[in-house]
Design a protein around this ligand. Structure first.
Ligand SMILES: [Zn+2]
Length: 231
């Protein structure tokens, strides 16, 4: 089980690198082993200073929910606080990916929101992609600014930093990362073509219902985000 997860982390890390969703040794991945019990749970996390593209299963570090290293020769990711915070807030989450998707990042640098109710399938699946307040990366502050936002979203942007996507598996968290960056690419193209046109309130209501019917998440989240967007 543990080695299978390590191999899965390596394979996802390679995909993140190949898609250029990180640069150099940026980005980190973690997976929770066993249940969500704070005392007994263990977490596999990528090491600091190793490029995701050249990650090997034996490089991955095992930590507990207090961030203590249980096994591994390398240093744990400097973003371990962010990962621990997510597992504390979201008992349903088994995998966390932090990346630096360039186009989605550019939106946060420009102060352009990504949570616009424009792309129907994203509204129905991810709900919206909110951006946190700014917090210094790799510090407690960087984790705290994301706390309330990740509580009810599976894909978020950390202002001027990068993405956090979560799921009940590594593949699910990775697919949300791909979706997030793809949404940003499409929106960027739409802005270049004169600006995206928003969905009507009626269509947003239908997507909110679809989201609930499919058991993906709360429709209120979508309605709230779209109302904010319409200010
Ligand atoms: Zn980062």
């Amino acid at each position: 089980m543990e080695w299978q997860l390590r191999r899965e982390m390596v394979s996802i890390a390679k995909r993140i690198d190949e898609r250029r969703l990180v640069a150099a040794s940026d980005g980190n991945i973690s997976v929770r082993i066993g249940g969500g019990h704070q005392r007994t749970g263990r977490i596999l996390i990528t090491p600091s200073g190793v490029a995701l593209g050249s990650l090997r299963p034996q490089d991955i570090v095992m930590i507990d929910h207090d961030g203590r290293v249980l096994s591994g020769d390398l240093k744990k990711s400097s973003e371990f606080r962010l990962h621990l915070m997510v597992y504390e807030v979201r008992k349903d989450v088994r995998a966390v990916i932090h990346a630096h998707p360039p186009i989605a990042n550019a939106f946060t640098f420009a102060g352009v929101p990504l949570d616009s109710c424009i792309v129907p399938e994203v509204v129905a699946t991810l709900g919206c992609i909110p951006t946190t307040e700014y917090g210094t990366p790799a510090t407690d502050e960087g984790a705290i600014v994301a706390r309330d936002v990740i509580a009810d979203h599976d894909a978020i942007m950390l202002q001027r930093h990068g993405s956090v996507t979560v799921g009940d598996s590594l593949t699910s968290a990775y697919h949300k990362l791909e979706k997030l960056e793809h949404t940003a690419e499409v929106l960027l193209a739409a802005y270049q073509l004169g600006g995206p046109r928003k969905l009507s309130q009626d269509e947003i209501l239908k997507l909110a219902k679809l989201r609930e019917d499919l058991g993906i998440g709360s429709g209120d989240d979508v309605l709230r985000a779209c109302r904010t967007d319409r200010k």
